[in-house]
Structures are given as C-alpha cells and as structure tokens.
Design a protein around this ligand. Structure first.
Ligand code: ATP
Ligand code: MG
Length: 592
C-alpha cells in the first residue's frame, strides 16, 4: 500500500480521535520559555510539560497532534538516511489516564492494521533498568501478548530512557518500535539502535512517571504516556524507500537543487551534499517563518549555521549563483497548505535568505582559501585561526570543524572559545563606554521592571484566586516586562484592571524589598515562588522578599537585582494580554 504524507497524518489523527483523543494545535517551533536550555520545540511533548507535571489541560486527558520539530542535536547526523533537523512528529498523550497496555496495543494496532505493516518486520525495545529505575517487565509482557516473539523484543538501557530534553523535567522509560529493512546485520552484535541502517526507529512510546530535578528522579503526581512517530521515517518505511529523502517530503526539493547544478560532479558524490542542502534549507525556512533572523547567538546562530552549511555544500556541487530562495520556494510548495504562516511570512523568508546568502557569498571563497593555507601540513587548526575564520570570513565554528574533519585534522575548540570570550569582553567594554549614560539608565529601568514582575506574579495569583499560577517565562527590556504564566483562558477586562490596581496599590504602599540567602528547602517552606523545574544547584539561593517582615506580599527565589523600595517604581500599566501556547498566557506591561 502506498500512502502519502497527508493520508498518514489524517489516518493517525482519526485513529486516536476514535480512541477518544482530542486533536490539539501544532505549536510554534519556539518553546514558551519553559526551559532556557532548549532553543526549539524538539518533540510534541514540549508544549505539554505543565500538563505532564499535573496541571489540568483544557482539552482533557487524551490528546493527539502532528507537531513540527527541530533537533539541533541531530544536525551533524544529517546526510544519513533517517536523521533530519526539521521533521514532523505524530503523537498521542495520556495525561494521568491510560497506561502501558493501551498505549502499546494501540501503537501495534495502528502500525499493523491501519498502516498494514507486516508484524514480522517489527522489532521492539523495552527498558533494561538502571540503579535508580527498575526494568520494564510490564511492557515486555504486553509485547509478548501482542504476538511479538521474544527474539524481537530487546532490553536496552540508555536508549530506552527518554528525556528530559533539557537539564530537568519529565522523563521516563520508553518502548521503541523499529523497522527491519531486511539488510544484512552489520555484525553479530547488530540490534535495533545500533545505527548501521539495518533497523530504524519509527515510533517511541514514553512512560513518563518521573520528574528529573537537581536532586534526582522524583515520581510525578500522575502517570503519563507520551508517544512520538516521525512522519518522514514512517513514509519511507511504508513506501519501501531507502531514505527519507526519497519521500514526497523531499523529492521536489532535491529536484530543485539538482536544477541549479552545472553537471560537473559525479552523481554518487552528490548525495550527501544534496541531502544536507535540502534538510538545512527546509529547517531554515521554518525557523525564518518564526521571524527569527540570522545572527551570532542562540536561535539566530543555529539559523546562520544551517544556511551557511547549505551554501558550502552547494559550492561542493558547483552551485555558485544565488539559490537559497528557490529552494525555500520548493519547501513552501510542500508545506504551505498545512502551515499558513509560511505563506504569510514568505517575503521575510526570501529576503533574509537572500541577504544571508549575499553576506556569506562575499567571503566564503576567500575563507576557504585561507583555510587551505592554515591547514597545510598541520595537525591542528589553532584557536586564533578558527576565530579568524569566524570573525573575518563568517565561518561558524561547526563549519571549521567539518572542514578539518574532511582533512583529518583537529581544531583547538577551547582556544577558539577563549578568543571569542576575549573579543566579547572587549566589545562589551566598548559598548559600555559608548552608551555610558544611556546604558546606566537602561539598567535602572530593567531593575524596576524586574521588581514589578514579582509584584505582578503575586497579584495574578491573588486576583485569579489560583495558587498554582507560576512563572513560565520572563523577558525584560528597558522598555517593558513580559511575563508568561499558566492559565487556561484569556483574562477579562475586569481581572486585568484588578491585577493592575493591586500592583499599583503595593507600589504606593512603599514596601521594602530585601534579600536573604537560604537553602532551597527553607525557601520552599517560606512559600517562595521559584521555577522549581529549573536547576538551582546545591547550596544557598537568594530570595527576594517584598513587604514588612512576616507580612510579605511577595517572596521569590531570584538572582536579582531589585530596587530597595516599591515606591521607586512609578505607575504600573498592562499593555497586552495574550495566549502563547496551550494553557500559557503572556502579559506585557510597562512602568510610566
Ligand atoms: P534516533 O535514536 O533514531 O535518533 P530518537 O530516539 O532520538 O531517534 P525520539 O526522541 O524517540 O527519537 O523521537 C520520536 C520519533 O521521532 C522517532 O521514533 C522518529 O520516528 C522521529 N525522529 C526522531 N528524531 C528524528 C530526526 N532527527 N529526524 C527524523 N525523525 C526523527
Ligand atoms: Mg535521536
């Protein structure tokens, strides 16, 4: 049976709706700031973290969707048959509802009955246990009952404990489903997860019953199921393709890239570069659609890396002229129906690609020559040479690493980082001198807004009468504060006015603000607010208390700094309230 992308997504969602699931939205690639260590949404579970931790989801306990994902950790693997930077993930969730038996049976049923996968091509894995967490005998038995013979059920360790994607958060043992391509085993030790390409993972059922914190693994309030199935891999499997690049998620993109080539490079040598260009420019298109611009930090840097690596590989294929926007156009043709924001931001996407391409085109040729000179008869590229390539020729460090690897030499990464740090210190000092007055003023404003954020946090809990409201993200500039918190509906006008007036009341009361150092335990006992999912580390934390001793209005674990009295703040005004993700609201406010 051949099935296309659209049909696969449709039949997955229909299957789970029949099993009483509700389809939820395909969230933004930019997470709602739950975790500063994760730049992009890496799985469908990301936007659901608060609900996995126990909060009530407005749509119920059984959810499903298709989610766009970006995994920066997989960029280096791109070029193989099954790892992409951008992919779509199908998922179904139980939030404190069904457990292993239903989850595994439904996965099996969907694969074999709906998708008509032959059960004999299926291998499954279950968690082998660790010092802290027991072996998953329950899943083993369920698979056996479903008819998978023992020889095809593998007990694995590291691979079968999922997450958390950042340093902390929900996680648990998992059970993965692998497709056997029928290739010969790479060795006597060949097994699912070995990476040789005989088996590839299509679906993962994660049993989230733990929360990882700085103290280790804690049991969650409820047992959750979180599953993820890659659209591209599943299509490759069902269509009998050797790689995800042969599915309709890529064929027109690769075709478009081939049209740009002037026929110098042999077919066999083209494959890896074609794959990298197609994957990277697809991912770049989706990042740009979130209105991120190429830069040297965070998401902007990932974007820059992707575009520049695509350009470098295009040069290997002999593509010299501008091509990125043409490839993005082919990406849009595949996805614009399902993702209207691509079409909406089309001009921005094309213009940014064009600009970044021009910037890099101006230096890449000289940079590559420079690299050849630097690396001639050398075993290692020095830190300062790698920095020169970065600074003057726009080579992301990863590009220098890739070039070096191709020549079988090393790069002094530590040395590069030192150079970068030195440079940042110099330019920071320069900037401080330049903006002396202005910057000091700006600092003062952000401190005031920071204290106002604490007042707002507490006012929301009091006005909305919901003690479980907590900070899910915060961002402060000299002009405004931005505060994300968990709440499942828009605030009414009256509620917003009440929050605003409570904050202003606390400002006019002229409450003292003081700082105390204590252990996280003590802070918790005091009832302090903290992003407990965040890792604060061992030792003492600083806590800011607003109000007279014993009668504090707000207590929060926070690094500061803050003003010393609330009367310094002026007038507090909410300028916007909006939703940013399922169950997450955002308030923007200013001080006048
Ligand atoms: P692998 O071990 O192959 O890297 P994973 O264990 O990282 O996969 P999960 O985190 O369990 O994968 O993600 C769930 C599903 O999402 C996988 O079963 C797979 O179908 C798909 N998937 C994961 N990573 C990628 C990727 N880089 N490209 C395409 N699909 C992916
Ligand atoms: Mg992986």
């Amino acid at each position: 049976m051949t099935i296309n992308r659209e049909q696969l997504i449709k039949s997955f969602l229909e299957f789970f709706v029949e099993k009483k699931h509700v389809v939820i939205e395909n969230a933004s690639l930019i997470p709602a700031e739950f975790d500063p260590t994760v730049l992009f949404t890496t799985a469908g579970m990301h936007p659901l973290v608060p609900y996995i931790l126990g909060e009530k989801h407005p749509k119920g306990k059984r959810l499903c969707n298709v989610q766009k994902c970006i995994r920066t950790g997989d960029i280096e693997d791109v070029g193989d048959a099954f790892h992409l930077t951008f992919f779509e993930m199908l998922g179904n969730w139980s939030l404190g509802d069904y457990w292993k038996k239903e989850a595994l049976s439904w996965s099996f049923e969907f694969l074999t009955r709906n998708l008509k996968l032959k059960p004999e091509n299926l291998h499954v894995t279950v968690f082998a246990g660790s010092n802290e967490i027991p072996r998953d005998e329950e899943s083993f038995k369920i698979w056996e009952q479903l008819g998978i013979p023992k020889e095809r059920i593998w007990f694995l360790k590291e691979e079968n404990f999922w997450g958390p994607p950042g340093v902390a958060g929900p996680c648990g043992p998992c059970s993965e489903m692998f497709y056997d391509t029928g290739k010969n085993p790479c060795s006597s030790k060949c097994r699912p997860g070995c990476g040789c390409g005989k088996y590839f993972e299509v679906w993962n059922d994660v049993f989230m019953e733990y929360n990882k914190t700085s103290k280790g693994y804690e049991k969650l309030k409820q047992r959750n199921v979180d599953t993820g199935m890659g659209v591209e891999r599943t299509l490759a499997m069902l269509q009998g393709k050797k790689s995800v690049y042969e599915t309709e998620c890529f064929v027109p993109i690769i075709q478009k890239i081939k049209e740009q080539i002037n026929g110098q490079v042999a077919e066999e040598e083209q494959e890896k570069s074609l794959r990298i260009i197609a994957d990277h420019l697809k991912a770049a298109t989706f990042i740009l659609a979130e209105k991120i611009e190429p830069s040297n930090v965070d998401r902007g840097y990932v974007l820059r890396r992707l575009i520049r690596r695509a350009i470098r590989h295009a040069r290997l294929l002999g593509i010299e002229k501008s091509f990125c926007a043409k490839i993005a156009d082919a990406v849009l043709a595949i996805y614009e129906k399902d993702y209207p924001h691509l079409q909406k931001n089309k001009d921005f996407i094309f213009a940014q690609l064009q600009k970044e391409e021009e910037r890099f085109a101006a230096v890449i040729g000289k940079g590559l020559k420079k690299f050849d000179i630097m690396s001639k008869n050398k075993k290692q590229i020095s830190g300062s040479d790698a920095f020169l390539l970065f600074q003057s020729y726009g080579f992301p460090l990863e590009m220098t690493l890739e070039l070096a690897k191709e020549k079988n030499i090393k790069v002094d990464v530590e040395g590069f980082k030192n150079e970068l740090k030195k440079h940042q210190e110099i330019s920071k000092a320069g900037a401080e001198k330049r903006f002396k007055g202005g910057l000091a003023d700006a600092k003062r404003e952000t401190i005031k807004l920071h204290t106002a954020t604490h007042l707002l946090n507490q006012a929301l809990r009091e006005v909305l009468k919901k003690p479980s409201i907590a900070q899910k993200g915060s961002n402060i500039t000299a002009e405004r504060l931005r505060f994300d918190f968990n709440f499942d509906r828009a605030l009414t006008k009256n509620e917003l006015a009440a929050v605003e007036s409570l904050v202003n009341k606390k400002i006019s009361e002229g409450l003292p603000v003081r700082k105390e150092e204590m252990s996280l335990e003590q802070a918790k006992k005091l009832g302090a607010q903290a992003m407990f999912e965040k890792v604060y580390g061992e030792g003492k934390v600083s806590v800011y208390l607003i109000g007279e001793k014993g009668k504090e209005f707000s207590i929060e674990v926070c690094a500061g700094p803050h003003v010393s009295n609330t009367k310094e703040l002026g007038k507090f005004k909410i300028v916007k309230e909006e939703g940013v993700a399922a169950g997450i609201r955002r308030i923007k406010a200013v001080l006048e």
